[in-house]
Design a protein around this ligand. Structure first.
Ligand code: HEC
Ligand code: HEC
Length: 397
């Protein structure tokens, strides 16, 4: 009981004040009552209008001055408190808005814990989802582990309405289910909003995002240099990776397209910053290269029979369209780079004559205004040079 009543300092103060007021009122009533008793029959001595009052001299000097002084004091208090009140008002409003954001963030974190962590990992760092692939008639094809991308850069790649759309409708053909009521899911639009506010709180800084991209790039380069020279060990591997990346990033290098391919297939953060997870069939469940794909197909023969996965076909299309022949949709290299930088927008045309759906992320960092209270970090995922290398690779497909 006491813990309930005195749950916070404010409450304790409130209760103390209430007690003082109540005790004071009791004392006042008691005295009044007793004085009232005494007054009976002695009105003549006690009646206030029979008390000798101050004379004119005093009324016009001392008493008048006193009253005027008090008026001045109260007037000063009022005229100081009013502007102070208005000066404090913005801070009060900010605090209210901040409290609102924090409440949403907390509820979003709870929703995330319940609905998303099993696939996307704690804090949205990425994870896996067990998924049953079926053929056109719903027959069993394969049981796969589908990579659920990290969500820690998602607001740098999509705007919030696009993320809301993904949450509302899920991503058909992948393990990502529909969560919002519009898509037949269990969450109200306010709960979806709370999830987005939570996502804002877990976004990586630009430096962290760059480190993440770099770590995936290095993993790819490591495979290349250790295959070329299996005798390399320890620091020599790191040095070889640095050297390989430095020369491959030069557009004149023979390895430039491989460099673009590594970025296209970036495995870091469960593929969050890669292109292949949306543009290469089966990439998200293991078809990440010719050997891995062959292994997967040997394990699940129905993949090929049902036509679900027919081999390693980089950029042949999955969530996003096939990129083979992308140079015919984008007459200029610059135009294609711009598209990869900004992504698509619903209803806005791109390339020669295609209509965007908002489902293609932008990799150059979002710059559109946010209509939000609070803050969110938005990082460029890829540098202009990296985007150029990826586009060169795409145009070679
Ligand atoms: C059953 C597993 C599963 C659950 C549960 C799940 N997701 Fe996903 N989600 C995925 C997978 C897998 C993908 C990637 C699909 C693909 O390959 O395109 C994904 C994609 C997404 C994307 C798009 C990310 C991008 O960069 O393309 C967002 C945003 C997302 N999920 C948010 C959520 C949120 C928020 C929740 C909880 C309400 C949630 N997911 C619950 C499996 C899941
Ligand atoms: C989350 C899934 C997803 C990821 C990741 C993704 N894309 Fe896309 N991409 C799409 C979708 C969907 C489209 C179709 C456009 C639309 O629906 O608005 C598309 C369209 C494209 C197109 C235009 C193709 C055409 O001919 O219409 C290019 C080029 C492209 N993507 C390149 C990339 C590159 C490069 C990357 C990686 C840096 C990438 N995409 C990552 C989903 C994705």
């Amino acid at each position: 009981m006491t813990t309930l009543l005195f749950a916070s300092t404010q409450r304790t103060v409130g209760w103390v004040l209430v007690s003082i007021v109540l005790v004071g009122m009791g004392v006042y009533l008691l005295f009044n009552f007793r004085i009232g008793k005494r007054e009976v029959g002695s009105e003549i001595e006690l009646a206030p209008n029979r008390v000798r009052h101050a004379d004119d001299d005093q009324l016009e000097t001392r008493l008048l001055d006193r009253n005027l002084a008090w008026s001045l004091v109260t007037l000063t208090v009022v005229s100081l408190v009013l502007p102070l009140y208005w000066l404090m008002e913005p801070a009060r409003q900010d605090n209210a808005a901040y409290g609102w954001v924090k409440r949403f963030e907390k509820r979003g974190a709870n929703n995330f814990e319940e609905a998303c962590v099993s696939c996307h990992g704690p804090g949205g760092v990425g994870g896996v989802a067990s998924y049953t692939l079926t053929d056109a008639d719903g027959g069993f094809v394969a049981q796969v582990e589908w990579k659920a991308p990290a969500l820690t850069t998602v607001l740098s790649r999509f705007d919030e309405s696009e993320v809301k759309h993904i949450l509302d409708y899920g991503r058909p053909g992948t393990p990502m289910p529909a969560w919002g009521l519009p898509g037949g899911g269990p969450l109200t639009s306010q709960q979806v909003h709370q999830l987005i506010v939570y996502l804002r709180s877990i976004q990586l800084s630009p430096d962290e995002a760059a480190v993440e991209v770099q770590s995936g790039l290095r993993a790819g380069a490591r495979a290349i240099v250790t295959t070329a020279d299996p005798t390399l060990t320890g620091d020599a591997v790191d040095a070889a990776i640095d050297a390989w990346l430095a020369q491959a990033a030069d557009p004149a290098s023979d390895d430039y397209l491989r460099y673009g391919e590594l970025l296209f297939n970036n495995p870091a953060a469960q593929g969050a910053n890669a292109c292949a997870r949306c543009h290469t069939p089966g990439f998200s469940y293991g078809a990440s290269g010719p050997e891995a794909t062959a292994q997967l197909m040997a394990e699940w023969p129905r993949l090929a029979e049902a036509g679900v996965l027919t081999g390693y076909r980089s950029g042949a299309g999955h969530v996003g369209p096939s990129l083979q022949g992308s140079e015919t949709h984008f007459p200029t290299v610059g135009g294609q780079e711009d598209f990869v930088r900004t992504g698509s927008e619903v209803g806005t045309g791109y390339g020669n004559a295609r209509s965007g759906t908002g489902a293609m992320p932008g990799f150059g960092g979002r710059t559109d205004d946010l209509d939000v209270i609070g803050t969110v970090v938005r990082s460029p995922i890829l540098t202009p040079e990296q985007i150029a290398a990826i586009v060169a690779y795409e145009r070679s497909l």
